[in-house]
Design a protein around this ligand. Sequence first.
Ligand code: AMZ
Length: 285
Amino acid sequence: MTVVDPTTRTRWPVHDLCMTCLRSVHRDNDTYPSATIVSEASRVILFPAIDLKDGACVRLKLGEMDQATVFNEDPAAQAAIFERQGFEWLHIVDLNGAFAGRPVNASAVEAILAKVKMPVQLGGGIREMATIEAWLAKGIRRVILGTVAVRDPALVKAACARFPGRIAVGIDAKGGKVAVEGWAETSELTAIELARRFEDAGVAAIIYTDIDRDGVLKGLNLPSTVELARSMSIPVIASGGLASIEDVKALLLPENALLEGAISGRALYDGRIDPAEALALLASH
Ligand code: AMZ
């Protein structure tokens, strides 16, 4: 079961009749007095991805910048396509930004914000409070913090306190260890160790990417993602490898019900997944 705050769209996965979970929902709700939990839902969100490299919409393989396929030179037009297809959220990564440690494709992101009404989550190169604040003021619904979650967890916690429901943490794992700086460096932390640091911080979601699957259509790594989701109360989104409608169906299985959703990149661009079919499937549950 998932309870949803309609204002921030924060979702809390709760085990049925589990007092630990329910206590954590109440605790979070005390932190955000404006939040009113009005409904129960178990709907899974499919987030179409726009990865930006040099102003274009690309897909990489295993995060390698020299393995880029350009899918659309006009990211705002691509965002409008996803919105027309009926997706409810958009996931954007500024790839140059993730390597540079600061926003690089800002004008493409701004063009997307001007073009679509759907809520957008954005990551890549967001490493300072001023950058977080600026993106949220420009209309980004939630920012995704990756490298800074490893390097400066206090900043993540301060951002969560200042912008409740609007901070997500991106945890990208390679061979079981968290990678940072555009995945060019690997830390000594496991995903679960890193995630637990934020257990009580008010993080809206964790986006967990299995780098060894990213862009190569191997299928989502649901067992590891669900293990992460089970180990804490922050909603978890699966990323990396989504390859077919079978992955979407798998998200609906009871054992995967704790997940908030999944990111879809290459499979949407190359037509392996029919958006209408995937969205109808998700809506029917
Ligand atoms: O593909 C890559 N090499 C890559 C990528 N997709 N490197 C980073 N990222 C994404 C992460 C997260 O959403 O999945 O960038 C964001 C993290 O950026 P940063 O600058 O906070 O570490």
